[in-house]
Design a protein around this ligand. Sequence first.
Ligand code: ZN
Ligand code: ZN
Length: 113
Amino acid sequence: MSSIDILIMLGVFISIIIWGGQSLWIYLDARMRRDRFAILWALLAMCSMPITLIVYIIVTRSTEIRCKSCGAVVEKGTEICTNCGKTLGKHCNGCGGFMEDDWNYCPKCKAKY
Ligand SMILES: [Zn+2]
Ligand SMILES: [Zn+2]
């Protein structure tokens, strides 16, 4: 066996690990966030890597924030951290409605924070 053959085999081997690994990671990650489509995501990831992986990360990460107190991942729009109970976000000066920390204007009454 020449060294070229070994290199090719190593390349194929690494590709399979990455290919299988990312599908498995997506599946486990989706299961963790109780995504009903976990298996679908994983199957998609197998067919069209790395597009599915990129789309998956964008879709899931855009709907969540991190608690500043304990670092737990909390769904966006949640008023308190479901892990440590710390209040997330702020309340509008005008109507008292819930606002995300990085919002400057209230979506309900349009008041500036
Ligand atoms: Zn927390
Ligand atoms: Zn308001």
